[in-house]
Design a protein around this ligand. Structure first.
Ligand code: AMP
Ligand code: MG
Length: 346
């Protein structure tokens, strides 16, 4: 088991020393807990991929205090980056920029860009300040599984693989950052997050005249493109249990269908209780804050989860993205289909 440290000066000192020595350590951010390593130390970054079981083709976000610390990692800070950082940093906006030569291939998955974020969490900031170096950090979970929003989640997922977890309490945002690629002519949202497309547009509008934001990148985008078919989605942020997304009027039928297979079925509802399971708030911020903790808990209690579709419209984009991926069919699709365990409507 990893040692869980309180975010005192001593706790921060121990985690700083571990990172400075090339080790990994988990730390809190406002989005989810991160699994950190020195970003400019290729061997340390390689360990992140081993510990997470992460495909080497998936690049890692580098955490910095602000633009001054970001500058050496990129070829230049364009006015657009300056503008966005002024508006949203520190906070849950990750900017993708052309990388400088000091950034190892391990961080960028060999690509010409680097993703940078300035976390707002005071413990993350204290750690970055004490270390004085950029920290590469993906979410502190095994690849494709549900991200951690508490130190206990990290302990369960990675406690036998890492030494230290800095405990900063439950994450206040609860889902991963918005990833915005600003290397092209028009900014592109590669991953929706709590900073919405509309919020970004509102900040840019007075100074920039982009055409309306294009939808997310098509195939080949970092986290996938527009939803052509749920079956095409990369399974990610996913519980171990069978999980299906259902409209309120489909919930009873889904529960009955899964129960008929002898599975213990839990429902993740919004506002209204569906019996066995959990409820989340009906507003997007509250829902996002509680989502991963709910999935961790339901996963431990049930074999199958029916997730009530919580809402629609721009404010729900990031949450719906995570729910679609959490319920995307994995490699076991043919077996589950044969057993009649997948919903008819797809
Ligand atoms: P996570 O591992 O959960 O922190 O997710 C990191 C996200 O940032 C993934 O979607 C990555 O694909 C994306 N990302 C990181 N670096 C880059 C980059 N250089 N270009 C595009 N996307 C990136
Ligand atoms: Mg992740």
């Amino acid at each position: 088991m990893a040692r869980i440290l309180a975010p005192t000066d001593e706790g921060i000192r121990q985690v700083t020393a571990a990172l400075a020595g090339g080790e990994l350590a988990a730390f809190p951010t406002e989005t989810v807990y991160g699994l950190g390593a020195l970003a400019l130390n290729p061997a340390a970054v390689r360990t992140i991929f081993e510990v997470k079981g992460r495909p080497p083709s998936n690049p890692i976000i580098v955490h910095v205090l602000g633009l001054d610390e970001a500058a050496p990692l990129v070829t230049s800070i364009p006015p657009l980056a300056q503008h966005l950082a002024n508006a949203f940093w520190p906070g849950p906006l990750t900017l993708v920029l052309p990388r400088s030569t000091i950034v190892p291939d391990e961080v960028t998955a060999g690509g010409p860009t680097v993703a940078l974020r300035s976390p707002a969490h005071p413990v993350a900031r204290a750690l970055l300040a004490a270390l004085g170096k950029p920290v590469a950090a993906p979410s502190a979970n095994r690849s494709s599984e549900v991200s951690p929003t508490t130190a206990a989640h990290v302990q369960t997922a990675l406690g036998n693989r890492i030494g230290l977890i800095l405990d900063g309490g439950p994450c206040t945002i609860g889902i991963e950052s918005t990833v915005l690629d600003i290397t092209g002519e028009v900014p592109v949202v590669l991953r929706p997050g709590s900073i919405s497309r509309e919020a970004i547009e509102a900040v840019l509008k007075p100074s920039y005249s982009f055409p309306p934001f294009p939808p997310r990148l098509g195939e080949g985008g970092a986290e996938g493109g527009p939803l052509r078919s749920p079956g095409l989605l990369e399974r990610h942020y996913a519980p171990r249990s069978i999980a299906v997304l259902a409209l309120p009027e489909q919930i009873e039928a889904e529960r009955a269908r899964l129960s008929a297979h002898g599975l213990r079925v839990g429902v993740l509802g919004v506002s209204l209780s569906w019996g066995e399971g959990l409820l989340l708030p009906a507003d997007p911020e509250g829902y996002a804050r509680g989502l991963y903790a709910a999935l961790h808990e339901l996963d431990a209690r049930f074999d199958a989860l029916v997730i009530e579709a919580p809402g629609s419209g721009p404010a729900w984009e990031a949450v719906l993205d995570r729910l679609r991926r959490a319920t995307a069919r994995g490699d076991d699709k043919p077996e589950r289909e044969a057993q009649g365990l997948l919903p008819q409507q797809g």
